[in-house]
Design a protein around this ligand. Structure first.
Ligand code: PLP
Length: 510
């Protein structure tokens, strides 16, 4: 490497993509000594090189000492079943779930403070691909992928909102936070997982594996994320949607992103069944929640929460759950941080379900006795309207190992909680209303204390769910009080009438 290319590189001591474990102390020494030295002057890369090529030149992944593979989820320690991440496999030999297992011994060659400095050094930059909240943790996500193959929209690094007024007014809490995972590229946390899945597909295609397109059955956020990331990479995406059961808002994202949208005369489960059968026959990669790659991206939201608190561990993290991959992803992210010495404990996890789709809640209430799927009823929290969650085993594992709790929210509770949050300056989705309801219940029962540092995970952007807010504020929801409705006032367009209503309003505000 020439001197000039060294000068151009990102802080080289902090991006040891392929660090040599024996030099850990040297690297650490460089980190601390460098804090006092002025940064070297950086030059722009040559005009004919883009940021992908630059990343490829500076940090060729071929030398990474880190690796990951698929293993059966929660396998017996004696199990030897495993698959390369470059294989196209969705389930274990026995038909169970898979999990991405990292070589922790390789990662443990570096201590917790090394990883914290490394991750912290990458936040807020444009260095490919580390400007992404997911890929800034690349060594823990897909260590072996070449940066050149990554498909990223610099997702993640989402805002942690201090819910000052909501916490104070409704809960007597002063350390309440809402992690806005939905303020994101396609408006939901699904981006965090989809960047990983589509990147791996991109790599498989470059390796000439039989993958022509990527498919999923979804009515909402998954198809939006899939079609956006595929469009960014020029990979065909195929979305299976039930005809006439989808709103315009749900349809428009995949359509705009150029997905091949199949409108099928069946329901969501029918679409799911078909996409599975079709992907078994055709070179279409399956992107549904069974796919364990997505969880590797989603788990980075947990790491990011710790990072945003300067690696102090919150007491509680509350996550809305439907297919139940995300609750496990959060557990996995926290657990890895503990295992690798970044923190000394993990938060207690709460999974929040809609009462209309509450199989995990019922299972928890039964003391984790027999699990039975339910028939999910319609809920405003439409992304968690799932009666037979794919990742049930993952969720139970996460909750048992985090001293976790499951709560539920009725339609009225979740809509009221959403309206309360919005009235304190947020603009949340109904799923976040479910999580806030769980918080209300656990505060009222004294389980969560006033001073507990609590993070509520917000999963989608509120603007995706405007119809439910309009219905609520118009008091147009059957059998719901809509107690916090704030409908517009119809006033005659003359000075006197406007003055009258304004005086009344101002008096009510004193
Ligand atoms: C997918 C989704 C969820 C549920 O996540 P699971 O991993 O299926 O439990 C919650 N909220 C929103 C907005 C989603 O899109």
């Amino acid at each position: 490497m020439t001197t000039s290319s060294l000068l151009r590189s990102p802080p080289f001591f902090l991006t040891p993509h392929h660090p040599n474990p024996k030099t850990t102390t040297t690297i650490k020494a460089t980190i601390s000594s460098n804090n006092n030295t002025p940064p070297a002057i950086k030059h722009r890369r040559p005009a004919d090189e883009n940021i992908r090529q630059e990343a490829h030149r500076l940090t060729p992944s071929i030398h990474t000492p880190f690796s990951a593979k698929y293993v059966p989820f929660n396998a017996d320690p004696s199990s030897t079943e495993s698959y390369s991440l470059d294989e196209i496999v969705y389930r274990s030999r026995s038909g169970g779930l898979l999990d991405v297992q990292h070589d922790l011994n390789a990662l443990k060659q570096f201590d917790g403070s090394y990883w914290k400095s490394l991750f912290d050094s990458r936040v807020g930059k444009t260095t490919w691909p580390y400007g992404s909240g997911v890929w800034s943790k690349k060594e823990w996500v897909l260590p072996e992928i070449d940066s050149d193959d990554i498909v990223s929209a610099f997702e993640g690094n989402s805002n942690m909102f201090w819910a000052e007024r909501f916490g104070k007014q409704y809960l007597g809490m002063n350390d309440l936070w809402v992690k806005h995972c939905g303020i994101s590229h396609t408006g939901s946390f699904k981006d965090l997982g989809m960047t990983v899945l589509v990147s791996q597909v991109n790599r498989l295609r470059k390796m000439n594996r039989p993958v022509i397109g990527v498919g999923c059955a979804s009515t909402g956020d998954t198809s939006a994320a899939l079609s956006a990331y595929c469009a960014a990479a020029g990979i065909p995406s195929i979305v299976f949607l039930p005809a006439n059961k989808i709103s315009m808002a749900q349809l428009v994202q995949p359509i705009a992103n150029g997905a091949f949208v199949l409108s099928l005369d069946t329901d969501f489960d029918g679409c799911m069944q078909l996409v599975r059968e079709v992907t078994a026959e055709l070179p279409i990669y399956l992107a549904n929640s069974l796919n364990s790659l997505r969880l590797e991206g989603q788990k980075t939201a947990a790491i990011e929460i710790l990072q945003q608190f300067d690696w102090e561990v919150p007491d509680w993290v509350i996550v809305p759950g439907g297919n139940l991959g995300n609750i496990y992803a959060f557990y996995k992210g926290f657990h890895m941080c503990k295992e690798l010495g970044l923190v000394d404990r993990i938060p207690r996890l709460v999974c929040a379900q809609a009462a209309n789709a509450n199989p995990l809640y019922l299972h928890f209430k039964s003391g984790w006795k027999d699990f039975s799927p339910v028939k999910a009823k319609t809920t405003f929290a439409s992304a968690i309207q799932i009666g037979d969650p794919v990742s049930i085993d993952r969720a139970v594992y996460a909750l048992k190992n985090s001293n976790g709790i499951v709560e539920e929210a009725s339609e009225e509770e979740l809509m009221d909680a959403m309206a309360q949050a919005d009235a304190t300056g947020m603009f949340i989705c109904p799923h976040t209303g479910v999580a806030l309801t769980a918080l209300f219940k656990l505060r009222n029962s004294g389980v969560i204390k006033a001073s507990d540092r609590t993070v509520v995970v917000s999963t989608a952007h509120g603007l995706k769910f405007t119809q439910s807010k309009i219905d609520y504020h118009s008091k147009a929801i059957p059998e719901m009080g809509c107690g916090l409705a704030n409908p517009p006032v119809n006033v005659k367009a003359d000075f006197g009438s406007v003055m009258d209503v304004l005086k009344k309003y101002l008096a009510s505000q004193q």
